[in-house]
Design a binder for this molecule. Structure first.
Ligand code: GAL
Length: 892
């Protein structure tokens, strides 16, 4: 008896000690990207029991629907006769439902599932070994026929399973353990040790699941994730799989809540700024507690590391948190002479970090970092966007989430390269079309000083494709919208919240506006400091939808869609107090280096057979005068903007080419609308935008190239993009005349130049003074290859990349503009060629192929170092009859 009491006492002492240790163990955030097992498809006969919900039947597939087509009424799903998993998954979003009465209760019974993959002992050695981020569709092969152009002709839909054994040490007993998924496409359902934990349907959001009740510390815990990506669920390439980072986050039971901090800045000036911070603290333990919450604020350096001593403190606040509940500590401080966040080149993106410590009885039990910036942003109806009092014209682009040949699988360096090239062009703004991005992309925009529109949905209740997110909108819109804002609200780069893109509710009058009002109200509850928008290609100023949001953001309507007149004045008259801008402009189309004749004399033109488009090769002319039927050339869209000085700027459709939506040739794999092609090569349009967006950069860019065997004696129009205002063109030294840009003109054109081999030269002038000179010449036949890496030193971390451009050149080293030679890449040393591309929207060579034809002289190889393996990596390129090339990189 005595012994038993002793034993019990000892056991409770042990438990107490473990709990104490768990309570004091510092928060850990562990990457669990490495070493997953993956397979496609369910075990036979189990799919019906694993469904999130019943889906409507899709009877016919559609491809190539115009982007401005009218969205249709929602499709209704058949009522479920059998079990669906939705009732167990809905509670995963409860933290984002504000009305407690509407939160979901987990059913009392567990779902009856007899699925081999869920059994911890199931042997998955035959599955593929993958590391995350992973996109199951990007390797192809391309689906060369069928209605798949819209989604990039890659097999992104289907069911995919991921399994990984998590080693949870015994010392984790008593800690709270969460699974943090930055993005999984889509309808994720998660099991731990065979027990259903929960899930998240929307593929673009980040989400957290509490694993604590299912974890068995002291050994291996089997995590299984099932994704079910519907066909017909997207207008562009969605990718498939766990395509962003995944983390295991462990902490004491009393801790800063998920996305639980909210920084606000007020009364911002060069002299001082008020910083207030809300910290939500969760108590997952069984007893109430009193804690103190204190914060120190540090400056961050350019790399984002803490520098020096704290610049301010938020004094400790006492907070009582009941068991199983949360409470919020609010504090504030003043920072003297703050280093403000603002976009270069006139401002600098300075940042700070708030380091919050939660203490109990004087002992630190959690520490949490919140990065932020101090800036004052106003959207002024007359002056446009003011950042720290300075007018910053919005020089923005829209980008989808894919990273070209790397697909949807997020990679920091690939995203950084996209942004660096946009900045080089003079862009200062990015719209996340049409969904929340990877969190690391926002870290980049913060660091680089790029202003951002964070957008949550492309679809509300009305559908654009048969099985798109209209199916989950009624159940999930609140959770998805709040999740985006709570995750992203501390990023200084975000300046606008977008609640939707060209939603079908533009067409449904008051009924649609009611949804807009509901979403805008949610945004205001989460963050009052930024305005709301919804991108409108159809809604007119007098319709109900535009009134529901704070800004007027129109897609293409500024220049006028199809035969409609430009509508800036109409919106301005109706909403004199709201800032107006183009959330999508242009939608100009071209294939890099594909010049077609004759060239339209108009300012803009739709693509038609032999008028901007080649119906045999499926390429669009690179004269940069052609556009989608509802869009316009850049020139035309600027002439519309510039007539109204109150227009705050634009977001071009699109910055980079992307997978899918290959208007006007749906037989292709990728878009024609990018200013930069899918491989990252600049189209001529790059220089058109650079000339406008960087007026101080001396620039004169000539198109087309001047190697046209067979065109001798034919008219070959020469256009010049310049930041000057006047230029003179010479063909083999003979002047073709000096031309001046008129008001609302953005290029200089000599349309009656007769081709003769030799050279073109242009001298550009600005205010009468010589400003920039450039030349192109007729090149010789292809003779050699040349390799140019964007970076010759990379980190040996298994993620960092070098993008190597291959040029096909003549004997003198000039790029041969129409070369299509087939190139073979090989590699030696601790690296691998992850993908190749050439920017040709019609190419069906799978991205992992190390053999690829050049497209108009260029080709790309993407090289990654192997984790932990340092040393020299040599990449070689060979092509029949040409002199090969090699280049050596260093992995550190
Ligand atoms: C817009 C739409 C975009 C894209 C674009 C193509 O109407 O918002 O998502 O489809 O057209 O130009």
């Amino acid at each position: 008896m005595k012994r038993l009491t002793k034993c019990r006492a000892l056991a409770s002492l042990l438990l107490w000690a473990v709990a104490l240790l768990a309570a004091a163990a510092p928060r850990e955030r562990l990457s669990i990207n490495a070493g997953w097992r993956f397979t496609m498809g369910d075990p036979p006969g189990t799919s019906a029991s694993l469904r999130y919900d019943v889906r409507p039947e899709v009877t016919a597939s559609e491809d190539g629907k115009a982007a401005d087509a009218v969205p249709q009424a929602a499709a209704l799903a058949a009522a479920a006769q059998e079990q669906v998993l939705k009732p167990w998954i809905l509670p995963s979003g409860n933290a984002f439902i504000s009305d407690p009465a509407r939160r979901h209760r987990r059913p009392a019974q567990e779902p009856q599932l007899d699925v081999a993959y869920l059994k911890p002992g199931y042997d998955d050695v035959a599955w593929k070994r993958v590391d995350l981020p992973h996109d199951w569709a990007i390797a192809g092969p391309f689906l060369e026929t069928g209605p798949y152009g819209g989604v990039g002709r890659l097999p992104s839909w289907g069911i995919g399973w991921y399994r990984k054994a998590l080693d949870i040490p015994a010392s984790d007993r008593g800690r709270s353990i969460f699974l943090d998924v930055d993005g999984a496409m889509s309808y994720a359902t998660v099991w731990l040790n065979g027990k259903l934990v929960g899930g998240w349907p929307y593929g673009y959001n980040s989400w957290r699941l509490d694993l604590t009740p299912y974890v068995v510390p002291g050994g291996s815990n089997m995590l299984a994730i099932r994704l079910d990506n519907p066909p017909e669920s997207s207008r562009w390439y969605p990718g498939g799989g766990i395509y962003r980072n995944v983390w295991l986050t462990k902490m004491a039971p009393i801790h800063v809540a998920h996305w639980g901090t909210h920084v606000r800045t007020a009364r911002v000036s060069r002299d001082s700024a008020e910083v207030s911070l809300e910290v939500a603290v969760d108590n997952d333990s069984r007893s109430g507690a009193t804690v103190s919450v204190a914060t120190a604020i540090y400056a961050l350096d350019e790399q984002g590391t803490r520098s020096g001593q704290p610049v301010a403190h938020i004094q400790p606040q006492r907070l009582q948190v009941a068991a199983g509940a949360s409470n919020v500590a609010t504090g504030s401080t003043t920072i003297a002479r703050p280093r403000l966040w603002g976009p270069p080149p006139t401002q600098h993106p300075h940042r700070y970090v708030a380091v919050t410590t939660v203490r109990r009885d004087g002992v630190g039990i959690d520490e949490f970092e919140t990065r932020f910036g101090i800036r004052d942003v106003r959207m002024d109806p007359d002056k446009g966007m003011l950042v720290n009092g300075e007018r910053i014209a919005l020089k923005g682009v829209n980008n989808h989430h894919d990273l070209g040949a790397l697909g949807a699988a997020f990679n920091v360096r690939a995203a950084e390269r996209q942004l660096q090239m946009l900045v080089e062009m003079g862009a200062n703004a990015l719209r996340m079309s049409h969904n929340p991005p990877a969190p690391e992309l926002l870290e980049l925009t913060d660091r680089m000083g790029i202003v951002v529109i964070d957008e949550v949905f492309d679809v509300w209740e009305r559908k654009k494709t048969a099985l798109d997110t209209h199916l989950i909108f009624p159940d999930w819109h609140e959770q998805d919208l709040r999740a985006m804002i709570r995750r992203d609200r501390n990023h200084p780069s975000i300046v606008i919240w977008s609640i939707g893109n060209e939603v079908g509710e533009q067409y449904t009058g008051e009924e649609g506006a009611a949804i807009g009002r509901k979403l805008a109200a949610i945004v205001r509850q989460e963050d009052r400091s930024r305005p709301t928008m919804t991108a409108m290609n159809y809604a007119r100023a007098h319709m109900p939808l535009p009134a529901t949001v704070d800004l007027v953001s129109v897609n293409y309507q500024g220049a006028g869609i199809r035969s409609n007149p430009g509508r800036f004045p109409e919106f301005r008259a109706r909403f004199p107090g709201k800032m107006i801008f183009s959330s999508e402009s242009a939608s100009a189309l071209s294939s890099r280096g594909e010049y077609q004749f004759p060239v339209t004399g108009a300012l803009t033109s739709s693509v038609r057979p032999d008028a901007g488009g080649d119906w045999n090769t499926h390429q669009v002319s690179a004269y940069e005068l052609y556009a989608s039927d509802f869009g316009t050339s850049a020139d035309r869209s600027w002439s519309a903007q510039d007539q109204y000085p109150y227009v705050a700027g634009e977001f071009v459709w699109s910055g980079w080419d992307y997978l899918g939506e290959p208007t006007p040739f749906y037989s292709s794999r990728s878009s024609y609308s990018g200013i930069i092609d899918l491989a990252g090569f600049k189209k001529d349009r790059f220089y058109l935008y650079q000339a406008r967006w960087r007026p101080d950069l001396p620039l004169a860019h000539i198109l087309p190239h001047w190697t046209w065997p067979g065109r001798e004696g034919k008219f070959t129009p020469v256009h010049v993009f310049t930041s000057g205002d006047e230029a003179e063109l010479f063909v083999n030294g003979k002047s073709q005349g000096r031309k001046k840009r008129a008001e609302f003109e953005y290029r200089l054109r000599w349309d009656l130049v007769t081709y003769e081999p030799g050279g073109l030269k242009v001298i550009a002038y600005k205010q009468g003074k010589e400003w920039a000179v450039s030349a192109v010449r007729t090149v010789g036949p292809a003779a050699k290859l040349d390799l140019v890496p964007d970076r010759s030193e990379i980190a040996a971390d298994g993620a960092d990349l070098s993008f190597i451009t291959l040029r096909v050149t003549d004997l003198d080293g000039n790029t041969v503009p129409m070369a299509k030679d087939s190139v073979k890449f090989s590699i030696e040393g601790p690296g691998e060629i992850v993908a190749t591309d050439n920017g040709d929207p019609t190419s069906f060579v799978p991205f992992p192929s190390t053999e690829r034809p050049a497209f108009n002289g260029l080709c790309l190889a993407i090289v990654r170092g192997k984790p932990g393996q340092k040393g020299a990596i040599t990449v070689r390129a060979q092509a029949p009859t040409l002199q090969g090339a090699n280049v050596t990189l260093q992995a550190h």
